[in-house]
Write a protein that binds this ligand. Structure first.
Ligand code: ASP
Ligand code: MG
Length: 405
Protein backbone atom coordinates (compact mmCIF):
# COMPACT_ATOMS: atom_id res chain seq x y z
CA UNK A 1 0.00 0.00 0.00
CA UNK A 2 1.19 3.50 -0.85
CA UNK A 3 2.65 5.20 2.23
CA UNK A 4 3.24 8.92 2.45
CA UNK A 5 4.50 11.28 5.13
CA UNK A 6 2.77 14.61 5.68
CA UNK A 7 4.45 17.25 7.81
CA UNK A 8 2.51 20.23 9.11
CA UNK A 9 4.31 23.31 10.38
CA UNK A 10 3.41 25.55 13.29
CA UNK A 11 1.20 28.01 11.42
CA UNK A 12 -0.74 25.12 9.86
CA UNK A 13 -1.66 23.81 13.31
CA UNK A 14 -2.41 27.12 15.03
CA UNK A 15 -6.15 27.62 15.52
CA UNK A 16 -9.16 25.56 14.64
CA UNK A 17 -9.56 27.02 11.17
CA UNK A 18 -6.06 25.97 10.17
CA UNK A 19 -6.47 22.51 11.64
CA UNK A 20 -9.58 22.06 9.47
CA UNK A 21 -7.29 22.53 6.47
CA UNK A 22 -4.88 19.95 7.91
CA UNK A 23 -7.82 17.58 8.25
CA UNK A 24 -8.76 18.15 4.61
CA UNK A 25 -5.34 16.98 3.38
CA UNK A 26 -5.46 13.94 5.64
CA UNK A 27 -8.96 13.00 4.50
CA UNK A 28 -8.05 13.43 0.83
CA UNK A 29 -4.99 11.18 0.99
CA UNK A 30 -6.79 8.54 3.02
CA UNK A 31 -9.62 8.53 0.50
CA UNK A 32 -6.99 7.86 -2.16
CA UNK A 33 -6.08 4.72 -0.22
CA UNK A 34 -2.77 5.88 1.22
CA UNK A 35 -1.27 5.00 4.60
CA UNK A 36 -0.38 8.19 6.46
CA UNK A 37 2.35 9.19 8.85
CA UNK A 38 1.66 12.77 9.95
CA UNK A 39 4.53 14.70 11.54
CA UNK A 40 3.61 17.81 13.49
CA UNK A 41 5.48 20.91 14.70
CA UNK A 42 4.60 22.93 17.77
CA UNK A 43 1.57 25.16 17.23
CA UNK A 44 1.99 28.75 16.22
CA UNK A 45 4.80 31.22 16.39
CA UNK A 46 6.53 33.16 19.15
CA UNK A 47 3.92 34.66 21.47
CA UNK A 48 1.38 31.91 20.95
CA UNK A 49 1.07 29.66 24.01
CA UNK A 50 2.59 26.36 22.86
CA UNK A 51 5.12 27.59 20.29
CA UNK A 52 8.70 26.49 20.89
CA UNK A 53 9.79 30.09 21.53
CA UNK A 54 7.00 30.52 24.08
CA UNK A 55 8.15 27.42 25.95
CA UNK A 56 11.65 28.89 26.05
CA UNK A 57 10.19 32.08 27.54
CA UNK A 58 9.05 30.08 30.58
CA UNK A 59 12.60 29.69 31.80
CA UNK A 60 13.93 33.05 30.69
CA UNK A 61 12.67 34.56 33.94
CA UNK A 62 15.17 32.33 35.74
CA UNK A 63 17.99 33.59 33.58
CA UNK A 64 17.58 30.54 31.32
CA UNK A 65 18.92 28.37 34.11
CA UNK A 66 17.95 24.89 32.95
CA UNK A 67 20.18 21.92 32.21
CA UNK A 68 20.19 20.80 28.58
CA UNK A 69 18.43 17.55 29.37
CA UNK A 70 15.51 19.30 31.07
CA UNK A 71 15.39 21.93 28.38
CA UNK A 72 14.71 19.18 25.86
CA UNK A 73 11.95 17.83 28.11
CA UNK A 74 10.39 21.28 28.04
CA UNK A 75 10.79 21.83 24.31
CA UNK A 76 9.44 18.40 23.40
CA UNK A 77 6.07 19.36 24.92
CA UNK A 78 5.10 21.70 22.06
CA UNK A 79 5.04 18.94 19.49
CA UNK A 80 3.35 16.50 21.90
CA UNK A 81 0.52 18.99 22.40
CA UNK A 82 0.12 19.30 18.63
CA UNK A 83 0.08 15.54 18.16
CA UNK A 84 -2.55 14.94 20.84
CA UNK A 85 -4.70 17.84 19.61
CA UNK A 86 -4.66 16.57 16.05
CA UNK A 87 -5.47 13.07 17.30
CA UNK A 88 -8.52 14.48 19.04
CA UNK A 89 -9.68 16.19 15.84
CA UNK A 90 -9.26 13.00 13.83
CA UNK A 91 -11.02 10.94 16.48
CA UNK A 92 -13.94 13.38 16.48
CA UNK A 93 -14.14 12.95 12.72
CA UNK A 94 -14.18 9.17 13.04
CA UNK A 95 -10.67 8.71 11.63
CA UNK A 96 -8.67 6.16 13.63
CA UNK A 97 -5.34 7.61 14.69
CA UNK A 98 -2.63 7.38 17.31
CA UNK A 99 -0.38 10.14 18.67
CA UNK A 100 3.24 9.17 19.25
CA UNK A 101 6.18 10.95 20.82
CA UNK A 102 9.40 10.78 18.80
CA UNK A 103 10.63 7.97 21.04
CA UNK A 104 7.37 6.03 20.78
CA UNK A 105 7.62 6.39 17.00
CA UNK A 106 10.99 4.62 17.16
CA UNK A 107 13.21 7.65 16.50
CA UNK A 108 16.46 6.87 18.30
CA UNK A 109 19.01 9.66 18.62
CA UNK A 110 22.40 10.26 20.17
CA UNK A 111 22.48 12.10 23.50
CA UNK A 112 23.40 15.58 22.28
CA UNK A 113 20.55 17.44 23.94
CA UNK A 114 19.32 20.35 21.86
CA UNK A 115 21.13 19.18 18.73
CA UNK A 116 20.61 15.44 18.65
CA UNK A 117 21.22 13.38 15.53
CA UNK A 118 18.97 10.52 14.53
CA UNK A 119 20.98 7.30 14.66
CA UNK A 120 18.23 4.90 13.58
CA UNK A 121 14.49 4.53 13.35
CA UNK A 122 12.75 1.41 14.61
CA UNK A 123 9.70 1.32 12.40
CA UNK A 124 7.83 -1.68 13.85
CA UNK A 125 5.44 0.30 16.05
CA UNK A 126 4.45 2.71 13.29
CA UNK A 127 4.07 -0.11 10.78
CA UNK A 128 1.76 -1.99 13.14
CA UNK A 129 -0.45 1.09 13.63
CA UNK A 130 -0.61 1.65 9.88
CA UNK A 131 -1.44 -1.98 9.30
CA UNK A 132 -4.32 -1.65 11.72
CA UNK A 133 -5.64 1.28 9.72
CA UNK A 134 -4.58 4.18 11.95
CA UNK A 135 -3.08 7.47 10.96
CA UNK A 136 0.24 7.64 12.85
CA UNK A 137 0.67 11.17 14.18
CA UNK A 138 4.29 11.72 15.23
CA UNK A 139 5.61 14.62 17.32
CA UNK A 140 8.35 16.16 15.20
CA UNK A 141 11.67 17.65 16.32
CA UNK A 142 12.28 14.97 18.95
CA UNK A 143 13.56 11.51 19.61
CA UNK A 144 14.81 9.42 22.43
CA UNK A 145 18.18 7.96 23.29
CA UNK A 146 18.82 4.26 23.78
CA UNK A 147 18.45 4.93 27.50
CA UNK A 148 15.06 6.55 27.04
CA UNK A 149 16.13 10.18 27.48
CA UNK A 150 14.05 12.66 25.47
CA UNK A 151 16.08 14.72 22.99
CA UNK A 152 15.36 17.45 20.45
CA UNK A 153 16.95 17.80 17.03
CA UNK A 154 17.71 21.52 16.89
CA UNK A 155 15.47 24.36 15.73
CA UNK A 156 13.44 23.60 12.65
CA UNK A 157 13.99 19.89 13.29
CA UNK A 158 10.51 18.63 12.50
CA UNK A 159 11.34 18.74 8.78
CA UNK A 160 14.15 16.35 9.64
CA UNK A 161 11.78 14.05 11.53
CA UNK A 162 9.55 13.95 8.45
CA UNK A 163 12.18 13.10 5.85
CA UNK A 164 13.92 10.65 8.20
CA UNK A 165 10.64 8.81 8.73
CA UNK A 166 9.96 8.96 4.99
CA UNK A 167 13.36 7.42 4.30
CA UNK A 168 13.03 4.72 6.97
CA UNK A 169 9.52 3.73 5.92
CA UNK A 170 10.17 3.87 2.18
CA UNK A 171 7.49 6.53 1.69
CA UNK A 172 6.57 7.40 -1.87
CA UNK A 173 6.66 11.10 -0.98
CA UNK A 174 7.16 13.47 1.95
CA UNK A 175 4.78 16.43 1.76
CA UNK A 176 5.97 19.45 3.75
CA UNK A 177 2.85 21.55 4.34
CA UNK A 178 3.50 25.16 5.25
CA UNK A 179 2.07 28.66 4.86
CA UNK A 180 3.57 29.38 1.43
CA UNK A 181 2.56 27.84 -1.89
CA UNK A 182 5.95 26.35 -2.64
CA UNK A 183 9.51 27.34 -3.35
CA UNK A 184 9.86 30.66 -5.11
CA UNK A 185 12.53 31.99 -7.44
CA UNK A 186 13.37 34.69 -4.85
CA UNK A 187 12.01 36.25 -1.67
CA UNK A 188 8.83 38.04 -2.82
CA UNK A 189 9.32 40.77 -0.22
CA UNK A 190 12.36 41.88 -2.24
CA UNK A 191 11.39 40.68 -5.69
CA UNK A 192 7.70 41.23 -6.42
CA UNK A 193 7.91 39.26 -9.68
CA UNK A 194 9.16 36.11 -7.92
CA UNK A 195 7.25 33.05 -9.03
CA UNK A 196 6.74 29.53 -7.82
CA UNK A 197 9.02 26.80 -9.11
CA UNK A 198 7.32 23.56 -10.13
CA UNK A 199 10.42 21.46 -9.50
CA UNK A 200 13.89 21.86 -7.97
CA UNK A 201 16.68 19.40 -7.26
CA UNK A 202 17.89 18.35 -3.82
CA UNK A 203 21.14 20.22 -4.46
CA UNK A 204 19.36 23.39 -5.47
CA UNK A 205 17.05 23.43 -2.48
CA UNK A 206 19.87 22.64 -0.12
CA UNK A 207 21.93 25.50 -1.56
CA UNK A 208 18.94 27.78 -1.20
CA UNK A 209 18.35 26.68 2.39
CA UNK A 210 22.02 27.06 3.27
CA UNK A 211 22.13 30.54 1.76
CA UNK A 212 19.28 32.17 3.58
CA UNK A 213 16.05 30.89 2.03
CA UNK A 214 13.82 29.65 4.85
CA UNK A 215 12.05 26.88 3.02
CA UNK A 216 13.07 23.60 4.53
CA UNK A 217 15.75 22.54 6.97
CA UNK A 218 19.01 21.67 5.14
CA UNK A 219 19.46 18.47 7.14
CA UNK A 220 16.01 17.30 6.12
CA UNK A 221 17.00 17.71 2.48
CA UNK A 222 20.24 15.84 3.03
CA UNK A 223 18.38 12.83 4.43
CA UNK A 224 15.79 12.84 1.64
CA UNK A 225 18.52 13.12 -0.98
CA UNK A 226 20.48 10.20 0.44
CA UNK A 227 17.39 8.01 0.43
CA UNK A 228 16.08 9.37 -2.87
CA UNK A 229 12.68 10.15 -1.33
CA UNK A 230 10.88 12.89 -3.24
CA UNK A 231 9.70 15.85 -1.17
CA UNK A 232 7.02 18.38 -1.95
CA UNK A 233 6.83 21.83 -0.32
CA UNK A 234 3.22 22.96 -0.50
CA UNK A 235 0.57 25.05 1.21
CA UNK A 236 -1.81 23.78 3.88
CA UNK A 237 -4.25 26.45 2.87
CA UNK A 238 -4.65 25.64 -0.81
CA UNK A 239 -4.87 22.62 -3.07
CA UNK A 240 -1.81 23.59 -5.13
CA UNK A 241 0.71 20.83 -5.74
CA UNK A 242 3.56 23.02 -4.51
CA UNK A 243 7.18 22.48 -5.52
CA UNK A 244 8.56 19.02 -6.08
CA UNK A 245 12.09 18.37 -4.81
CA UNK A 246 13.76 15.46 -6.54
CA UNK A 247 17.00 14.17 -8.06
CA UNK A 248 18.74 16.39 -10.60
CA UNK A 249 18.88 13.40 -13.00
CA UNK A 250 15.08 13.14 -12.91
CA UNK A 251 14.75 16.84 -13.69
CA UNK A 252 17.30 16.63 -16.49
CA UNK A 253 15.41 13.70 -18.02
CA UNK A 254 12.28 15.81 -18.04
CA UNK A 255 14.18 18.49 -19.96
CA UNK A 256 13.49 21.28 -17.47
CA UNK A 257 17.09 22.41 -17.43
CA UNK A 258 17.62 22.76 -21.14
CA UNK A 259 16.87 26.46 -20.85
CA UNK A 260 17.49 27.11 -17.15
CA UNK A 261 20.91 28.16 -15.92
CA UNK A 262 19.77 29.94 -12.77
CA UNK A 263 16.86 28.44 -10.83
CA UNK A 264 16.57 30.88 -7.97
CA UNK A 265 18.12 33.57 -5.83
CA UNK A 266 18.75 33.54 -2.11
CA UNK A 267 20.32 36.13 0.13
CA UNK A 268 21.67 36.75 3.59
CA UNK A 269 22.05 40.26 4.94
CA UNK A 270 23.78 41.64 8.00
CA UNK A 271 27.18 40.39 6.90
CA UNK A 272 30.53 42.07 7.55
CA UNK A 273 33.47 41.85 5.17
CA UNK A 274 36.93 41.80 6.74
CA UNK A 275 40.12 42.27 4.78
CA UNK A 276 43.52 41.70 6.34
CA UNK A 277 46.55 42.74 4.31
CA UNK A 278 49.94 41.18 4.45
CA UNK A 279 52.16 44.25 4.31
CA UNK A 280 55.03 42.92 6.36
CA UNK A 281 56.22 39.97 4.35
CA UNK A 282 55.63 36.34 5.30
CA UNK A 283 53.95 36.21 8.70
CA UNK A 284 51.76 33.12 8.64
CA UNK A 285 48.97 35.66 8.53
CA UNK A 286 46.41 33.30 7.04
CA UNK A 287 47.01 30.65 9.63
CA UNK A 288 46.91 33.07 12.55
CA UNK A 289 43.74 34.80 11.36
CA UNK A 290 41.70 31.67 10.82
CA UNK A 291 43.00 29.92 13.91
CA UNK A 292 41.95 32.92 16.02
CA UNK A 293 38.45 32.88 14.50
CA UNK A 294 38.16 29.13 15.01
CA UNK A 295 39.25 29.07 18.64
CA UNK A 296 36.72 31.77 19.43
CA UNK A 297 33.89 29.97 17.64
CA UNK A 298 33.44 32.63 14.95
CA UNK A 299 32.14 31.12 11.75
CA UNK A 300 33.80 32.51 8.62
CA UNK A 301 32.42 32.59 5.11
CA UNK A 302 33.30 33.84 1.64
CA UNK A 303 36.94 33.06 2.31
CA UNK A 304 39.55 34.30 -0.11
CA UNK A 305 43.15 33.55 0.71
CA UNK A 306 45.77 35.31 -1.40
CA UNK A 307 49.51 35.84 -1.07
CA UNK A 308 48.74 39.46 -0.26
CA UNK A 309 46.30 38.73 2.56
CA UNK A 310 42.84 37.41 3.25
CA UNK A 311 39.25 38.53 2.66
CA UNK A 312 36.37 36.89 4.47
CA UNK A 313 33.00 37.60 6.01
CA UNK A 314 31.50 37.09 9.45
CA UNK A 315 27.95 37.64 10.65
CA UNK A 316 27.19 41.17 11.79
CA UNK A 317 26.85 39.95 15.38
CA UNK A 318 30.40 38.57 15.38
CA UNK A 319 31.99 41.70 13.92
CA UNK A 320 33.22 43.36 17.12
CA UNK A 321 34.72 40.15 18.45
CA UNK A 322 36.43 39.38 15.16
CA UNK A 323 37.94 42.86 14.89
CA UNK A 324 39.15 42.76 18.48
CA UNK A 325 40.84 39.40 17.88
CA UNK A 326 42.56 40.67 14.74
CA UNK A 327 43.85 43.75 16.55
CA UNK A 328 45.16 41.56 19.33
CA UNK A 329 47.19 39.79 16.65
CA UNK A 330 48.49 43.19 15.53
CA UNK A 331 46.54 43.23 12.30
CA UNK A 332 44.60 46.28 11.19
CA UNK A 333 41.65 44.89 9.22
CA UNK A 334 39.57 46.83 6.74
CA UNK A 335 36.02 46.44 8.02
CA UNK A 336 32.95 46.81 5.85
CA UNK A 337 29.70 46.35 7.74
CA UNK A 338 26.24 46.15 6.22
CA UNK A 339 26.96 43.74 3.39
CA UNK A 340 24.64 41.18 1.82
CA UNK A 341 25.50 37.89 0.21
CA UNK A 342 23.44 37.11 -2.87
CA UNK A 343 23.43 33.54 -4.17
CA UNK A 344 22.45 32.53 -7.68
CA UNK A 345 21.59 28.86 -7.60
CA UNK A 346 21.05 26.58 -10.55
CA UNK A 347 21.83 22.98 -11.37
CA UNK A 348 21.86 24.00 -15.03
CA UNK A 349 24.78 26.45 -14.76
CA UNK A 350 27.34 23.67 -14.48
CA UNK A 351 29.68 24.02 -17.46
CA UNK A 352 27.56 26.73 -19.10
CA UNK A 353 29.65 29.64 -20.28
CA UNK A 354 28.46 33.19 -19.74
CA UNK A 355 26.73 32.98 -16.36
CA UNK A 356 29.28 35.15 -14.55
CA UNK A 357 29.36 37.52 -17.50
CA UNK A 358 25.58 37.84 -17.22
CA UNK A 359 25.83 38.60 -13.52
CA UNK A 360 28.51 41.23 -13.92
CA UNK A 361 26.70 42.87 -16.78
CA UNK A 362 23.38 43.00 -14.93
CA UNK A 363 24.88 44.36 -11.73
CA UNK A 364 27.11 46.88 -13.46
CA UNK A 365 24.18 48.20 -15.46
CA UNK A 366 22.20 48.58 -12.23
CA UNK A 367 25.11 50.43 -10.61
CA UNK A 368 25.74 47.68 -8.06
CA UNK A 369 29.33 47.19 -6.96
CA UNK A 370 30.52 43.58 -6.50
CA UNK A 371 32.71 43.49 -3.38
CA UNK A 372 33.67 39.85 -3.65
CA UNK A 373 32.53 36.76 -5.50
CA UNK A 374 32.89 32.99 -5.35
CA UNK A 375 31.45 30.04 -7.18
CA UNK A 376 30.81 26.32 -7.11
CA UNK A 377 29.38 24.15 -9.87
CA UNK A 378 25.79 25.01 -8.98
CA UNK A 379 26.01 28.35 -7.16
CA UNK A 380 27.60 31.76 -7.69
CA UNK A 381 27.82 34.11 -4.74
CA UNK A 382 28.31 37.86 -4.86
CA UNK A 383 28.88 40.13 -1.91
CA UNK A 384 27.35 43.58 -2.21
CA UNK A 385 26.36 46.50 0.01
CA UNK A 386 23.07 45.85 1.78
CA UNK A 387 21.73 49.13 0.44
CA UNK A 388 22.04 47.63 -3.07
CA UNK A 389 20.14 44.46 -2.18
CA UNK A 390 16.76 45.26 -3.76
CA UNK A 391 18.35 46.54 -6.96
CA UNK A 392 20.68 43.56 -7.19
CA UNK A 393 18.02 40.91 -6.61
CA UNK A 394 15.56 42.50 -8.99
CA UNK A 395 18.02 43.05 -11.80
CA UNK A 396 19.46 39.52 -11.50
CA UNK A 397 15.96 38.06 -11.35
CA UNK A 398 14.98 39.60 -14.66
CA UNK A 399 18.42 39.19 -16.30
CA UNK A 400 18.09 35.42 -15.88
CA UNK A 401 14.46 35.33 -16.91
CA UNK A 402 13.20 34.12 -13.56
CA UNK A 403 10.04 36.22 -13.84
CA UNK A 404 8.96 34.27 -16.92
CA UNK A 405 6.45 31.51 -16.27
N1 ASP B 1 9.08 23.54 16.88
C1 ASP B 1 10.46 23.43 16.55
C2 ASP B 1 11.04 24.81 16.26
O1 ASP B 1 10.35 25.80 16.33
C3 ASP B 1 10.71 22.50 15.43
C4 ASP B 1 10.08 22.88 14.10
O2 ASP B 1 9.15 23.66 14.04
O3 ASP B 1 10.52 22.35 13.09
O4 ASP B 1 12.20 24.92 16.00
MG1 MG C 1 9.19 24.74 11.79
Amino acid sequence: MDLIVQKFGGTSLQGEQSRRHVLRHIVRERAAGRSLVVVVSAMGRRGEPYATDSLLELVRQNGNALPAREKDLLLSCGELISAATLCSLLTAEGIPSVALSGGQAGIVTDARFGAARIVRIQTEAIRQHLKEGRVAIVAGFQGSTDRGEITTLGRGGSDTSATALGAALGASIVDIYTDVDGILTADPRWVPSARQLPVVSYEEISNMANNGAKVIHPRAVEIAMKAGVPVRVRSTFSDGEGTLVTRSETIREKGVWTDRTVTGLAHVSGVTQLAVHNDNGPSELQLRVFRAMATHGISVDFINVMPTGVHYTVSGADTDDAVRLLRELDFEPTVRRGCAKVSLIGGGMNGEPGVMAGIVEALTTAGVNILQSADSNTTIWVLIAESDLAAALQTLHSAFGLHLA
